[in-house]
Design a protein around this ligand. Structure first.
Ligand SMILES: [Zn+2]
Length: 479
């Protein structure tokens, strides 16, 4: 995988600051119906679409050798040499369809304002992919400024997809930011900024109080001069159904004393991807004024190497009361999540979701594109799987396979944080978390939070994964 940050998307200047992210996304030309037409074609309908063109345009398409295949592009000139329209190839119905494919256009077209002249396979996701495909990470260098605008397609809620795109951009910005500028302090600052933008409450626990009340979060973070903490945001009416999101916020993961090799450490700025995910999702929920009472919990730590680091075979208390033996200091994500999940269960939410870049084993099992999903709620599993496919944000369920729990046995404490045989690592990690969860509707996403090479709507680098899927589930339940 390449270590370089997002390089795709030479379209817009940098992301607007969060306070401005309530209006329409800058890629959308609101209210304007003019724009250069984009004609979508596939192998099945190319003839009929082209039949609507003039002889001259048809002749040009033939001379240029245009084929109605996925991703093929043709710019059609007008009499005066200006751009008259655009032909863009899609998958034909029946073939596997990437509903984000039209988002590739944002990186292919010349500057200008465009509109969909006919419907792609999913106009809403195509427009969303324009916005997510336009993303650039511009914190450390100028982005390209070629401006593409898309007229919001008929029947598509531009505000809604803007909110989603801004949640995606927020998460990507946080993940792409390197650890020297994204430690626990900076993650807390980002959480505070989001909370204040939406009028949410925020509480942060650190120092001796953290050591007393969240011993595992403290243990993982105490090796770093950048102090560990628990961030706790609440929003919405107390009487509404409670939804709690927990995000792993390991701002950099060296592996601790069980230090990672350089190849494994290279991309560990993204180990706070779970925290970024829940903040991005929280933005969508709060900006959309969903009818729920939201709580966001982020254990923010740096897993560092020093004389104060926690050690293999240390034993720590946990918030829930279970004692935990440290089998491996690189299995730190489950430790910080354990205390946050225990707290989350104390006020009995209707739904508890956690997001974490938890295990490489989940990537071995499912690859870079499919986050693993674990849940004790079959209805929620079915809803999330369905929503993931519908939103082009797929998730795949893996089992909480009870017999493997014995692997977490310890000779000296209630539980060990590592499995014994190295197999099924993402399942073992999920089973560890389950020991700290005491409610019937919990879902855990083991995410990559990264796109190794650009795809339509998904620039290379940080990515918000599984959160749009869960957002759809929440919309169906609480709107
Ligand atoms: Zn680790």
């Amino acid at each position: 995988m390449s270590p370089s940050p997002a390089r795709a998307g030479p379209v817009m200047t940098g992301q607007p600051p969060l306070e401005q992210r309530f209006a329409m996304h800058p890629v959308f030309a609101a209210g304007d119906t003019r724009g250069t037409p984009i004609w979508f074609v596939h192998a099945g309908d190319a003839q009929s679409v082209l039949a609507g063109f003039g002889d001259r345009e048809r002749a040009f398409a033939a001379a240029a050798g245009f084929e109605a295949k996925p991703g093929k592009l043709l710019l059609i000139p007008a009499q005066d040499g200006k751009l008259a329209g655009v032909l863009f190839g899609l998958e034909k119905p029946g073939d596997p369809i990437d509903t984000f494919r039209p988002g590739a256009l944002v990186n292919l077209l010349p500057a200008g304002t465009y509109r969909f002249a006919n419907a792609p396979h999913d106009a809403r996701l195509a427009a969303l992919a324009f916005a997510t495909g336009a993303y650039q990470f511009t914190r450390y260098r100028k982005g390209e400024t070629r401006k593409i605008r898309l007229v919001i397609p008929k029947g598509v809620d531009g505000d809604e997809i803007s909110r989603i795109a801004e949640g995606v951009a927020l998460a990507r910005d946080l993940i792409n930011t390197p650890a020297n500028d994204m430690g626990p302090d900076e993650l807390e600052a980002a959480a505070r900024k989001l909370a204040s933008a939406h009028g949410a409450k925020i509480q942060v626990t650190s120092g001796d109080k953290l050591a007393r009340e969240f011993p595992l979060i403290h243990a993982v973070g105490m090796g770093s001069p950048r102090a560990p903490r628990l961030i706790d945001i609440t929003w919405g009416k107390e009487k509404d159904p409670k939804v709690t999101l927990v995000g792993k916020g390991v701002c950099f993961d060296t592996g601790g004393l069980d230090i990672k090799p350089s190849s494994g450490m290279l991309n560990m700025k993204k180990d706070m991807g779970g925290a970024a995910s829940v903040l991005g999702l929280a933005h969508m929920i709060m900006a959309g004024k969903m009818k729920l009472r939201l709580r966001v919990l982020i254990p923010a730590v740096e897993n560092s190497v020093s004389g104060r680091s926690f050690r293999p075979r240390d034993v720590y208390a946990s918030r829930k009361g279970l004692t935990v033996e440290i089998g491996n200091t690189d299995a730190e994500g489950r430790l910080v999540l354990a205390d946050a999940l225990a707290l989350a269960c104390e006020d009995k939410p209707a739904l508890l979701a956690d997001f974490a870049t938890l295990t490489g084993a989940a990537r071995v099992a499912l690859g870079a594109q499919l986050p693993a999903m674990f849940t004790n709620d079959d209805k929620l599993a079915a809803d999330a799987a369905k929503a993931g496919l519908a939103e082009n944000d797929p998730v795949w369920r893996l089992p909480l396979w009870q017999p493997y729990e014995a692997q977490l046995d310890s000779k000296v404490s209630d539980i060990n944080n590592m499995g014994t045989d190295g197999f099924g690592g993402s399942i073992i990690a999920a089973l560890f978390l389950k020991k700290f969860v005491d409610m019937p509707s919990w879902i855990h996403f083991d995410i990559f939070a990264w796109t190794p090479s650009a795809r339509p709507g998904r620039p290379e680098g940080a990515e918000l994964m599984a959160a749009r899927a869960l957002y759809k589930v929440l919309c169906e339940r609480y709107r």
